[in-house]
Design a protein around this ligand. Structure first.
Ligand SMILES: [Zn+2]
Ligand SMILES: [Zn+2]
Length: 396
């Protein structure tokens, strides 16, 4: 029972076990390789698909970071490789209709049946686009991560832009996930900071989950909580070295992002990864997209939203169920964690306006039907008062 707790992350692929929560869980990803030089395992992981053609997808930045190396490894190992490179110059690649469509076009050549595997090299945009297309074409995909920027490497959803709106589409888990710490440590600092912000967000996600269990009787899996909690502790023990690109600190960050994904994949809900802090982030992001602006990195938003949600737990301490408040450290402590890890600390600092911030506190809980501390505040008639107080503290 709970065997997964005794396994190293790289050994978790294809695990199944009876869990103390009463369910049977399985983690269906075929291979996970995290560590220095992990990219060299790509040909071995891709070996079952050697008979056919392999489509490799990157953009100009991720090609330089790892795509060139990944391509050479595959060609040297005798694979029949077709490449698709999105050259966006200095612009970032947005995972929208044009990107998804281009990948599809590459697959539907004169002999589409020959393509057996998609290998994406990149982070959020490439991963989500390849995940979506491979799902709909019933093909496996392997992701070679280039930045520890988000927790979507192990996730079966694909957030994409559609007609100017961000929509989270169902997709599937990767066949293989490769996270080479030696490559990822050289990712742009803002992407490392974003990934760290996403990890910090798990603090309030877990507290919110506990609240939902105690107030609404939601399902809970202690094995998943332990997996995520351990990964957070490990990541936070070294996160002050992230600004120096310390390889071990980067490794623990990637592990935390990946293990959160494993926890989500085991129970097929995103509770271990996402609570009220994610709702604020989504609220801000939708506002940016509505105004035609490029949103701030997901994890950066989640990071600054976390001490805000911690303030909710503080303000409601007198009526929270027993033990829930103790799961969430004080907001000052979370702010220090963010600052020491090189991530932005407050919504104001990343350009969220006072008005947008205040609205998000009042309406953030409507973003998705998921019980959180914001809805708890609403139910107890305390939401407006808390929103006013936090906004004044952060903005006046
Ligand atoms: Zn997230
Ligand atoms: Zn369980």
């Amino acid at each position: 029972m709970d065997e997964i707790l005794n396994l190293d992350l790289n050994d978790m692929a294809q695990t199944e076990f009876d869990c103390s929560c009463g369910k049977h869980h399985n983690f269906s990803i075929h291979d996970v390789a995290i560590g220095s030089g992990a990219i060299n395992k790509l040909p071995e992981i891709a070996a079952p698909f050697k008979e056919g053609q392999i489509l490799m997808v990157y953009d100009n930045n991720t090609y330089e970071a790892a795509g060139k190396q990944a391509h050479k490894l595959m060609v040297d190992a005798g694979f029949n490789v077709k490449e698709l490179l999105f050259d966006r110059g200095d612009d970032i690649l947005i995972p929208d209709e044009s990107v998804v469509g281009r990948i599809l076009q590459e697959l539907s050549g004169p002999t589409p049946e020959d393509t057996r595997l998609i290998v994406g090299v990149g982070s959020g945009s490439i991963n989500d686009s390849c995940k979506y297309v491979s799902f709909h074409c019933h093909l496996p995909y392997i992701i070679v991560g280039t930045a520890p920027s988000m927790d979507g490497y192990v996730s079966d959803g694909a957030p994409l832009m559609s007609a100017g709106r961000k929509i989270s589409y169902p997709a599937h888990l990767a066949y293989g996930v490769i996270g080479d710490t030696n490559i990822m440590k050289d990712a742009p600092q803002e992407l490392i900071a974003a990934g760290f912000g996403d990890v910090v967000g798990k603090i309030t996600a877990l507290a919110d989950w506990d609240l939902a269990v105690k107030v609404k009787g939601d399902y809970r899996c202690d094995t998943c909580v332990t997996l995520v909690q351990r990964a957070l502790d490990k990541c936070f023990s070294k996160s002050n070295l992230l600004p120096q690109r310390d390889e071990e600190a980067i490794k623990y960050l990637i592990e935390a992002l990946t293990l959160t994904g494993v926890a989500m994949a085991l129970i097929r809900i995103s509770r271990p990864a996402s609570g009220a802090e994610h709702m604020l982030s989504h609220y801000w992001e939708m506002d940016y997209v509505d105004r035609g602006l490029n949103p701030i990195h997901h994890g950066t938003q989640v990071g600054v939203a976390t001490p805000v949600i911690a303030r909710f737990f503080e303000e409601l301490a007198d009526i929270l169920p027993e033990g829930t408040g103790a799961l969430c450290p004080r907001h000052e402590e979370i702010e220090k964690l963010l600052r020491d890890g090189g991530a932005p600390v407050s919504p104001k600092e990343i350009g969220i306006s006072r008005e947008l911030f205040h609205n998000s506190l009042l309406k953030g809980y409507t973003v998705r039907p998921r019980y959180s501390v914001m809805e708890f505040a609403k139910e107890h008639g305390r939401l407006e008062e808390i929103a006013d107080k936090i906004t004044a503290e952060l903005y006046d």
